[in-house]
Design a protein around this ligand. Structure first.
Ligand code: SDX
Length: 389
């Protein structure tokens, strides 16, 4: 056990260093419960399988943020408010037109989400109406931002939301300029439910740390978007497709894995800090992919993915490394005609619900996050003149 002097000059103590805060509870929460051994995930006590089957993304968003399923009138009001706030100010659209087309959509999303703080600068985080309005604006506008950049980077003008389309159908419409098939919209809505919340993952922890300084919710969301973008977190779904293309055919899956494991390469879409079995979301996403394949035709890449999962089981299963949420999600989005570099922005569209739930919960019992460190640097040095160095 390390002996060290903690910063506020208390007596030396021996606290174990926990890189990445693994296993360290840093808050109490009532939003999401994960059983990583059983492979069980619940939002506010409801299983994700039941929510994915019976709920909608907006109903699940309400549940995550305010703790209970909405009444019919609450849901109607929430849906109406979101529908009314989907549009972006022309200033945001014009700002996005200055972004380089080659930029990654996650960087475009982080910049445009942060810009909302300029338009809604009043900060009244102790006012429930301010909180409700900020939730509505972010849930409503984030999808419009993702779709807008997609059209802008193709040299087109973004198209306005369609008020006659529900949330998920409208997003697919703004993205593809075509009204989606009802099955495609339903499957997409279920994907949003599955990605909406996952306790203290890296981006949600970022959100809570940022929220604990009492800054505005737009900065909280921008901070979380930047964190989600990393390939070890939300960015993995994009890299899984690149990996499946590299493997090419199912019979080459074993060879690919042996080479990757030998070179200590992380297999994208596998492994999880919490789950030591297959991520329950991966199994549900697999069933969504199969539903789409049955209707719209198969994706050969699915056989490669299943072969990789089968070959990884004896190689990585003993270490508790199984497919996570990112392993099959990209195959669903491909079948929906969504470009690969939009997979993580779509993850962000969904996870805004969880980030806002944690923002609200952090404010309800706030203490600014400020962990300590074990100092390993130089001590008591004096400045030397340039000629003496
Ligand atoms: C998400 O936290 C969340 O909840 C995240 C998320 C959410 O909903 O918010 O679930 C979404 O981010 C899913 C994860 C997406 N990322 C990937 O698929 C990238 C590949 N996965 C790994 O980088 C890794 O599994 C992590 C980052 C997901 C978890 O890493 P940990 O818990 O820090 O584990 P580790 O890196 O310390 O690895 C422990 C051991 C190591 O082996 P040893 O050095 O002990 O011999 O397991 C090995 C690692 O090499 N390992 C892997 C591996 N993941 C862990 N080996 C090969 N391939 C992998 N994917």
């Amino acid at each position: 056990m390390e002996e060290f002097k903690i910063e506020n000059n208390q007596e030396p103590t021996s606290i174990e260093l926990r890189p990445g805060l693994e296993g360290v509870p840093v808050t109490q929460s009532s939003i999401c419960d994960i059983d990583g051994i059983k492979g069980d995930l619940k939002y506010r006590g409801y299983s994700i399988a039941e929510l994915a089957q019976k709920s909608s993304f907006l109903e699940t968003t309400f549940l995550l943020i305010w703790g209970n399923l909405p009444t019919a009138s609450q849901l109607r009001e929430f849906e109406n408010q979101i529908q009314m706030h989907r549009r972006l100010s022309f200033r945001v659209r014009d700002m996005m037109k200055c972004f380089p087309e080659s930029g990654h959509p996650m960087d475009a999303l982080q910049s445009s989400a942060a810009s909302l703080g300029l338009f809604y600068s009043r900060r009244a985080i102790d006012d429930p109406k301010y909180i409700y309005d900020a939730v509505v604006r972010l849930i409503a506008k984030i999808p419009t931002m993702v779709a807008a950049f997609q059209l802008i980077r193709k040299g087109q003008d973004p198209i306005q939301p369609r008020d006659d389309l529900p949330y998920s159908a409208n997003f697919l419409y703004m993205l593809t300029e075509k009204e989606p098939d009802p099955l495609a919209a339903r499957v997409f809505d279920r994907c949003l439910i599955l990605h909406a919340e996952h306790s203290l993952n890296a981006s949600t922890f970022s959100a809570r740390v940022t929220a604990s300084t009492l800054t505005d919710p737009y900065a909280v969301i921008a901070s979380a978007v930047g964190t989600l973008a990393g390939p070890l977190h939300g960015g993995a779904n994009e890299d899984v497709i690149k990996m499946l293309q590299e493997v090419q055919t199912p019979d080459l899956a074993g060879k690919y894995l042996d080479k990757a494991i030998k070179s200590k390469q992380k297999i994208m879409g596998f492994g999880h800090r919490e789950y030591k079995v297959k991520d329950p979301r991966a199994s549900l996403l697999q069933s969504f992919a199969e539903e789409l394949f049955a209707r719209f035709g198969k994706d050969e890449m699915y056989d490669v993915a299943k072969a990789l999962e089968a070959e990884a089981s004896p190689r990585l299963g003993p270490k508790g490394i199984y497919p996570n949420v990112d392993f099959y999600s990209g195959l669903v989005y491909r079948k929906l005609g969504i470009p690969r570099d939009l997979f993580t922005p779509i993850f962000a569209i969904s996870r805004v619900a969880g980030w806002l739930a944690h923002w609200r919960e952090q404010l309800s019992a706030n203490r600014i996050f400020r962990p300590t460190q074990i100092y390993k640097g130089e001590k008591d040095r004096n400045w030397e003149p340039l000629e003496d160095r």
